[in-house]
Write a protein that binds this ligand. Sequence first.
Ligand SMILES: C[S@@+](CC[C@H](N)C(=O)[O-])C[C@H]1O[C@@H](n2cnc3c(N)ncnc32)[C@H](O)[C@@H]1O
Length: 337
Amino acid sequence: MSASPLGFALLLDGLKAAGEDTRLRLLALIGEGELTVSELTEILGQSQPRISRHLKLLAEAGLVERFREASWVFYRRAVDAPGAALTDALLELMAPDDEVLLRDRERLEAVRAARAAHAQAYFRAHAHEWDAIRRLHVPEEQVEAAIHAALSGGRIGSLLDLGTGTGRILELFADEMERGVGIDLSAEMLAVARANLDRAGVRNATVRQGDIYSLALPRDAFDVVIVHQVLHFLEDAPRAIKEAARVLRPGGRLLVVDFDPHDLEFLREQHAHRRLGFAPEIMESWLAQAGLVPQSHRLLAPKDHGKSGEGRLTVSLWLARDPRIVRAEAQHNKEVA
Ligand SMILES: C[S@@+](CC[C@H](N)C(=O)[O-])C[C@H]1O[C@@H](n2cnc3c(N)ncnc32)[C@H](O)[C@@H]1O
């Protein structure tokens, strides 16, 4: 992750903010992942007002970023804030085997273990629902391989996963992307995603709370957007596609993974599915209305579909592209010709 260098005044402010015992330790901890004020208070064993004051100074200097999720306030290392370059450099310079930092990291692991246990308890309570649906379609590995194949073709700069759920898509692309962001409406699912990403050692992805219909993200920001098994829960899928298209960079790609039309009414009654799959032509018209150009469509039918597998689920993958670069390239080619 490369950040822009800093001017003299910002560098001085940043160094002053970082140049204090507790704040440097806070920076080291936040470098390991997103943490709440109360988690940082627990790790460092100091009072909450004191920790909050230090965090405020680090945030004002642009070394860390603060964001709210329901009643919780999280801190993460600066990525978009001006101090990102200094944060990156300071974290790089910290010896991983330093005694102070090692002790803090041990306490961090204990806090994370408690957080993961809490998240897993929530997930376990709902896991049967996911499993029941998974059993109805081709194995998950096959779907994941198809997602990879659809997006093959080089490293991804920035990836946005809408309705991230367990954070699985971010984990899947961790080695192929520079930076990943997952959005979900549910604070409980975000806790599950954070625990999973921590466990998998994924450092280049963050998750945050947000609504797929109205993303608190700038336009033209992501190279790839993925919407995996989310649209069938929504009242207004085309609106979600338009919002996904808004945040795509020129030439960026949107991958929608959902179901082909089916007749499993119980998914509506018991699992809150709003739509029983989507016909390819409907999805393609929504993609076109959002200003995207459909690129490919693939169906993954269950093996015994049509025999004993009547009524089972066929997974459908649509890939579409923002045409703006394509137009610029075409213009360029016309000029060169
Ligand atoms: C079946 S799970 C998604 C699975 C996930 N994409 C994956 O690949 O494993 C659907 C997710 O969509 C989220 N969701 C539903 N409506 C949403 C909305 N309006 N905005 C953001 N997330 C939403 C739910 O909270 C849930 O975590």
